[in-house]
Ligand binder design. Structure first.
Ligand SMILES: Nc1nc2c(ncn2[C@@H]2O[C@H](COP(=O)(O)OP(=O)(O)OP(=O)(O)O)[C@@H](O)[C@H]2O)c(=O)[nH]1
Ligand SMILES: [Mg+2]
Length: 267
């Protein structure tokens, strides 16, 4: 259980900060997302010297759907009614072609009952190692179905990242599927989860109703651009082919190693 005496994150942004960048800029940046690589194990992930933002949470919480909604792409991340669909760490590059400026990571969900115990334990170890040791990890978005609230496994995850949050790792809880709750229910669950998250930023999100989408995109942009500036993201006339930035390492992305299988088709 998290406590308010040990806050996660610095709380909501000030109103002035929340205006930068405007929603159009943030959503345009998000829309540049393209598949980068996939890995079943941590050591298969390429070292990347750019801000990386990980989407974590229970299986079926809506991580892949959230990435697709933020990036305005229907099938970038593999979303499914069947829990446990995402089984690899899938990375997506953001920014202009050959000027990637950040990476999104879609992680497999945890807590799916039908997964064999050995697989569960293996995955929990991979994820804990990722959260503790991924050097360029800049922010974590924890997705949570508000009808279940933060579960025991979510709390374990909060405990794993707490030391890094104290050192500056950004942290956001998105309460997904907001469309399934009334306004009154949303207000109630927001205040409960804010207490549980010990002061971290907590927002409602609905892919279906597009609730909280702009706000989440704006916050992620700020995480990735701490200096507050950004190269223009409109496609340049001399842009290279879509997969060019996965091979050269010139824009901070090293060539991906060959990783077995993928559950997310290249964009
Ligand atoms: N009503 C509603 N359904 C949603 C929303 N977001 C996701 N879902 C549904 O929830 C189910 C799971 O979504 P996913 O995005 O695949 O969940 P995930 O967290 O990536 O799941 P794993 O890959 O198993 O960890 C799908 O049936 C989605 O359509 C939402 O905002 N509203
Ligand atoms: Mg998924």
């Amino acid at each position: 259980m998290t406590t308010a005496s040990s806050p996660l994150g610095s709380g909501p942004d000030s109103p002035a900060e929340a205006l930068v960048p405007d929603a159009k800029t943030a959503m345009g940046w998000m829309h540049t997302a393209r598949f980068l690589t996939t890995a079943a194990q941590l050591h298969h992930l390429p070292p990347i010297h750019l801000p990386e933002i990980a989407f974590v949470g229970r299986s079926n919480a809506g991580k892949s759907t959230c990435i697709n909604t933020l990036t305005q792409q229907k099938q970038l991340a593999y979303a499914s009614k069947k829990p446990g669909r995402t089984q690899h760490i899938n990375l997506f590059a953001l920014g202009r072609q050959q000027a990637t400026d950040a990476v999104l990571a879609d992680l497999p969900g945890y807590g799916y009952a039908a997964v064999p115990k050995a697989d569960k334990i293996r995955w929990q170890r991979v994820m804990a190692n990722y959260l503790v040791s991924r050097e360029n990890l800049t922010g974590v978005v924890l997705l949570c179905d508000p009808r279940h609230g933060l579960t025991e496994l979510d709390e374990v995850l909060l405990d794993v990242i707490r030391p890094r949050v104290a050192e500056g790792l950004k942290f956001l809880v998105l309460l997904t599927k907001a469309d399934k709750l009334t306004r009154a229910e949303q207000a109630k669950v927001l205040s409960i989860v804010r207490l549980q998250a010990g002061g971290g930023t907590v927002q409602m999100f609905s892919a279906l109703k597009r609730q909280g989408v702009d706000e989440a995109a704006q916050l992620l942009w700020r995480w990735a651009h701490p200096s507050g500036s950004d190269a223009p993201i409109a496609p340049a006339a001399d842009d290279a082919p879509a997969d060019a930035d996965t091979g050269g390492g010139a824009d901070g992305v090293s060539p991906p190693p060959s990783a077995p299988g993928t559950d997310s088709p290249p964009a």
